[in-house]
Ligand binder design. Structure first.
Ligand code: IMO
Ligand code: MG
Length: 480
C-alpha cells in the first residue's frame, strides 16, 4: 500500500490503456484503482466488443460495456459510459440485470446522452460483412461496432439522447433506412422495441461531458478505463485490421470529454513476455505464423477442442470449463520445439480465449518494437501483465527488431502498415525461464534473469515499468 500511495500521490486523473492488441488486463486495473483510489471510473471508447475480466469476491466476472470499476458502486464510485462509446441497449440491460441477480448495485451509473446506439441493422451488417475472416472480413466481434461508428462519422447515427424524442428518432431512422436497403426494418416496430430499453436507463442518462468537467473542477479522482488497445486503434493501429474507435490515450480522453493533457498518470498495459491478438491482421511475433492465424480464425478451435485434442483433462462446472493451467501436458506444449504447438501451450497456460467471442487468441512473444511505438503515443509508464502464467517455461524470447527482406540492417522502429508488418521477421533475444512468480511480493525479489529482461525492455522502449502483475486477483501485483 505504501507503493500505491507513492504512485497516486497528488494525482487526479489516471488512465489505464492497453498498449497492444487488447486483452491485457484493463479490467483488473480498473477494479484495482476503483477499489483503492478512484471516485469516478469512465470508459470512452468501443462498446460490447470489449471483454474486461475482474475478480470480485473471489469470483470471475466479465464486463463488456460497464466499466470494470462498477463493482465499487456501493462505496459511491461513479461509473460513466462516455460520449465516445457505442452502446447496445439490450446488452447493457442484460449486464445490469446480471448485476441485480448478483446483488450488486449501480446507483451511481451515468450514461452519456451523446453516445451512439448500436442498432439491430448494425449488428446484422457487421455479421454479414466483417465478422467472418473466411469471407474476407477482418474477424470483428460481430457486435455492430464498425457499422455503428460508420453512421456516427456519416453524421446520421442515433444518439442515446434521441431515444427520448420520438419524433426526432423516427425522422432520423427514416433517413437511415435508405442506407440499409437489405435490412428492410420497420421504423415503428423498431421504435416500439427500443422504448422499454430507453425507459429503463432514462434516469442514468446525463450530459456526461458536463459532469466530467464538474468532477475535474471539484478535484475528484478520475480513472479512465481504456478498451481494445493501441494497435487496434482506427488512427494508430494496423489498419484496416483495427476496431473503429481511437482507443489510444488521446481517443480515450476525448471519449469522455477530457483532454489527454489532464491525465496525471497514463499507464499502458503490456502483456509480457507473450502477447496476443484476436481476429485477423498482422502479429509479427506470432508463434506458428500464418498457420496459427488461419487456425485461430476457423470455427471449432475453441478451448474445449484444444483440451480434447491435446488430451488435457478438464471438467465443466456450472457451464464453465475448468482445467489445471499448470497441467504437465500444457507445460510440455509450451516448451515444444514446434512453434505452433508452443503457441497452443501458451494459450492454454494463460487461458487465452476470447472473453467476448470465445475465439482462441493468437499468441506470440512480446514485441518491444511495438511497445516502443506505444510509448511514443500512450506514454512511458507501463505495467507488465501475465508473466506468472508461463511458469514452467524453459526459455522465452523478446522481439527487439524486425528483419526486412532485402535489407541488411535490422529495423527498430514500428510502422503500422499492414504489408510491412506481415512481411517482417522478428529478431529475438532469448532468456531463461523464470519459474513461479505467484508468491513474489517485492520487485527486488523477482528472479534476476527476469528482471534483466525488464531492464532490456525498458532500455529499448524508453518505457518505465512501474508494476508487474503476478496473478488475476486484484492484489496479485508488485508495484515497483
Ligand atoms: P478488450 O477491451 C481484443 C478486435 C476484433 C477484431 C477487431 C475489430 O477486451 O481488450 P470490432 O468488433 O471491434 O469491429 O472488431 O478488433 N477487438 C478486440 N481484440 N480485445 C478487445 O477488447 C477487442 N475489441 C475488438 O477481434 O479483430
Ligand atoms: Mg478483453
Amino acid at each position: 500500500m505504501e507503493n500505491l500511495k507513492k504512485l497516486v500521490r497528488g494525482k487526479k486523473i489516471i488512465s489505464v490503456i492497453c498498449n497492444q492488441w487488447g486483452d491485457t488486463g484493463k479490467g483488473k486495473f480498473s477494479d484495482y484503482f476503483s477499489c483503492y483510489w478512484a471516485d469516478v471510473v469512465a470508459r470512452g471508447t468501443g462498446g460490447n466488443n470489449a471483454g474486461h475480466t475482474v475478480i470480485l469476491n473471489g469470483k470471475e466476472k466479465v464486463f463488456h460495456i460497464l466499466p470494470s470499476g462498477i463493482g465499487h458502486d456501493e462505496k459511491g464510485v461513479i461509473s460513466l459510459l462516455g460520449n465516445g462509446m457505442v452502446i447496445d441497449l439490450k446488452v447493457l440491460l442484460e449486464e445490469l440485470a446480471e448485476m441485480d441477480a448478483e446483488g450488486m448495485t449501480y446507483k451511481n451509473l451515468m450514461i452519456s446522452q451523446d453516445a451512439q446506439v448500436i442498432m439491430p441493422y448494425h449488428i446484422s451488417q457487421d455479421l454479414k460483412k466483417n465478422q467472418s475472416q473466411k469471407k474476407g472480413g477482418i474477424g470483428s466481434t460481430g457486435r455492430g461496432i464498425g457499422p455503428c461508428y460508420m453512421d456516427k462519422i456519416a453524421r446520421r447515427g442515433i444518439q442515446i439522447g434521441d431515444l427520448y424524442d420520438e419524433k426526432i428518432l423516427k425522422e432520423k431512422l427514416k433517413k437511415i433506412q435508405e442506407y440499409y436497403p437489405e435490412e428492410k426494418f420497420n421504423v415503428d416496430v423498431l421504435v416500439e422495441r427500443l422504448k422499454p430499453y430507453a425507459d429503463k436507463i432514462e434516469s442514468y442518462v446525463k450530459d456526461t461531458v458536463a459532469e466530467m468537467h464538474r468532477f475535474r473542477e471539484a478535484k475528484k479522482k478520475i480513472l479512465l478505463e481504456g478498451a481494445q488497445g493501441l494497435l487496434l486503434s482506427i488512427e494508430h493501429g494496423s489498419y484496416p485490421y483495427v476496431t473503429s474507435s481511437d482507443c489510444s490515450l488521446n481517443g480515450t480522453a476525448t471519449g469522455v470529454g477530457l483532454n489527454s493533457k489532464d491525465i496525471d498518470l497514463a499507464i499502458g498495459i503490456v502483456k509480457y513476455p507473450f502477447m496476443t491478438r484476436v481476429g485477423g491482421g498482422p502479429l509479427p511475433t506470432e508463434l506458428g505464423g500464418n498457420k496459427s492465424e488461419k487456425y485461430c480464425s476457423e470455427e471449432g478451435h475453441e478451448k474445449e477442442f484444444e483440451l480434447k485434442k491435446y488430451e488435457i483433462s478438464y471438467e465443466i462446472i456450472e457451464g464453465e470449463i475448468k482445467y489445471d493451467l499448470q497441467d504437465k501436458k500444457i507445460i510440455e506444449l509450451m516448451n515444444s520445439k514446434d512453434e505452433f504447438k508452443q503457441g497452443v501451450g501458451i494459450r492454454l497456460a494463460a487461458n487465452e480465449y476470447g472473453a467476448t467471442t470465445k475465439r482462441p487468441r493468437r499468441t506470440g512473444w512480446t514485441d518491444c518494437v511495438a511497445a516502443k511505438y506505444a510509448r511514443n503515443l500512450n506514454g512511458v509508464k507501463m505495467v507488465l501483465t501475465k508473466p506468472d502464467c508461463l511458469n514452467g517455461l524453459e526459455e522465452f524470447k523478446l522481439c527487439f527488431g524486425y528483419k526486412v527482406d532485402g535489407q541488411k540492417s535490422v529495423v527498430k522502429d514500428f510502422s503500422k502498415n499492414k504489408d510491412f508488418l506481415y512481411s517482417v521477421k522478428p529478431v529475438y533475444k532469448t532468456y531463461k525461464g523464470y519459474g513461479d512468480l505467484r508468491k513474489v511480493k517485492e520487485y527486488k525479489k523477482l528472479p534476476t534473469g527476469f528482471k534483466k529482461s525488464i531492464d532490456d525492455f525498458e532500455k529499448f522502449t524508453g518505457a518505465e515499468v512501474i508494476a508487474v502483475s503476478t496473478g488475476p486477483a486484484r492484489d496479485d501485483l508488485i508495484l515497483r
